[in-house]
Design a protein around this ligand. Structure first.
Ligand SMILES: NC(=O)c1ccc[n+]([C@@H]2O[C@H](COP(=O)([O-])OP(=O)(O)OC[C@H]3O[C@@H](n4cnc5c(N)ncnc54)[C@H](O)[C@@H]3O)[C@@H](O)[C@H]2O)c1
Ligand SMILES: [Zn+2]
Ligand SMILES: [Zn+2]
Length: 360
């Protein structure tokens, strides 16, 4: 029987989100129905609401979620009813040119549910193919990653997007290793996860840059050894000072701002790596002296979802968390209800939270 559940929808651009009743079909072949237990509020949900991603309204928001599989469709063997899962937006296809060349983290044809959830009979577009500000959601079975059920859902769900993007930017895309000097620009959920990832990977100098003092306090708690208020002093100069005049081995841009990209570019040591994880808008431009691009060497690496493979990385990161080696609980600033999502966007814009998390 198709179900009716409460959910958060953005009907039109720039308008407050609404809590409405939506229709969720029974899972068909390759699909899973998930009872959502927790879902974080990510900046990308706000980008959707503002029409910044595309204009396929109405959107069903929410995509950093964990819950219990309730039912599966024909041919699903990877998960079963009762499994505790984190939802992911990288269910790799195994067939596309990236998968076939052994680089599935770039998969260009990831799976989502085939059937549509609906609002008054019209199809909904789920954020990042997930749509988990809903009591139940329909996804492709490959979007469900089983993890140790002893982890709290509001903590585990955050691995589904921003926290994984930050951890992976440091550990996978940036390849941070023991003894590295790392600088992270922007200390929101993504940047602080990059700091936590750099610490886990053995970096010995971790410089956090932000323009908000509260964010820098959080950065210290996640492992920053030095902090810089980018509104008060030049971050490039400060990073050189903290690294014996050399610059950082890995600089991570987690804002999505061309000026910050330039700072991260110049704050590197020779042959250093710049990881771009902040998402730009279409009108943004960067301009660099061409000779500096060549002369400084190294790498410039955009990072999509931290180059993660959910089935490989989520269980491992949950295990590290349960062993006390990865303080994921520090990202949960508050737990809220479905009715509070609009207010949570405002808190995010006022820089009051790392993550508000809806619990059901
Ligand atoms: N690449 C991916 O796969 C991926 C995944 C999730 C999110 N993101 C993106 O990562 C970015 C960060 O996400 P978030 O959730 O952490 O956002 P956030 O708004 O919580 O954090 C951004 C931080 O940047 C700081 N900041 C703003 N201007 C700055 C400046 N000039 N210098 C230094 N710091 C500055 C803000 O004070 C804030 O702390 C966003 O662009 C988001 O869309 C990318
Ligand atoms: Zn693929
Ligand atoms: Zn997200």
């Amino acid at each position: 029987m198709p179900e009716e559940v409460r959910a958060v929808v953005a009907r039109t651009a720039m308008q407050p989100v609404e809590v409405v009743t939506i229709g969720v079909p029974d899972p068909g072949p390759g699909e899973a129905l998930v009872k959502v237990q927790a879902c974080g509020v990510c900046h990308t949900d706000l980008h959707y609401r503002e029409g910044g991603i595309n204009d396929e309204f109405p959107f069903l928001l929410g995509h950093e979620a964990a819950g219990l599989v309730e039912a599966v469709g024909d041919g699903v063997a990877s998960v079963a009813p009762g499994d505790f899962v984190v939802l992911n937006w990288r269910a790799v296809c195994g067939q596309c040119r990236a998968c076939r060349r052994g680089r599935p983290w770039y998969c260009f044809a990831t799976h989502n549910a085939t059937q549509k959830m609906t609002l008054d009979g019209a199809p909904l577009a789920p954020a990042l193919g997930i749509g988990a500000f809903a009591e139940k959601t329909l996804v492709a079975a490959g979007q469900c990653t089983k993890v140790d059920p002893r982890v709290r859902p509001e903590v585990a769900g955050l691995l589904g997007c921003g926290v994984m993007a930050g951890l992976g930017a440091a550990m996978l895309t940036g390849g941070v290793g023991p003894g590295d000097a790392v600088a992270v620009f922007g200390c929101g959920g993504v940047g602080n996860a990059a700091i936590a990832g750099a610490r886990l990977a053995g970096a010995t100098t971790i410089v956090a840059v932000d323009v908000n003092a509260k964010k820098l306090d959080w950065a210290r708690a996640f492992g920053a050894t030095h902090t810089v208020d980018g509104s008060a002093r030049d971050p490039v100069e400060a990073i050189r000072e903290f690294t014996g005049g050399n610059g950082a081995d890995v600089c991570i841009e987690a804002v999505g701002n061309p000026k910050v990209f330039e700072q991260a570019f110049f704050a590197r040591d020779l042959a250093g790596t710049l990881v771009q994880v902040g998402v730009p808008t279409p009108e943004m431009r960067v301009e660099l002296p061409f000779i500096e691009l060549f002369g400084r060497g190294g790498q410039i690496r955009p990072s999509w979802y931290g180059d993660c493979l959910p089935d490989r990385d989520f269980p491992l990161l949950v295990d590290l968390h349960l062993q006390g080696r990865l303080p994921l609980e520090g990202f949960v600033s508050e737990t809220i209800t479905l009715d509070d999502v609009e207010e949570a966007f405002a808190k995010m814009q006022r820089n009051e939270v790392l993550r508000s998390v809806v619990v059901f």
